[in-house]
Write a protein of this length. Sequence first.
Length: 116
Amino acid sequence: QVRLVESGGGLVQVGGSLRLSCGVSGGTFSTYVMAWFRQAPGKERALVAAINWNGSSTYYADSVKGRFTISKDNAKNTLYLQINNLKPEDTAVYYCRAEDRGKVYWGQGTQVSISS
């Protein structure tokens, strides 16, 4: 059974930084396509960033380009999201997602709140 656990969220001031982590157990992490999504209050869950199995290809939503960096450490079975220059609109629950040959797995989410 594949299990994803996010951590690293918290309350940060505008302009601050955070690094979110997503530990993955079960399955073969090194073959997964991984992604970060976020869901703000009253809004649908939206894709923020994605990375392919070996980290050679990444995708970012326009709203986070230049501020967010997604990476994965296959040796540690961990996905990361470095978030810099936080803005109030970044407030959301952040979820990691793993995709393996059509099967999708989600974590429980971690709250990121930005104070102005």
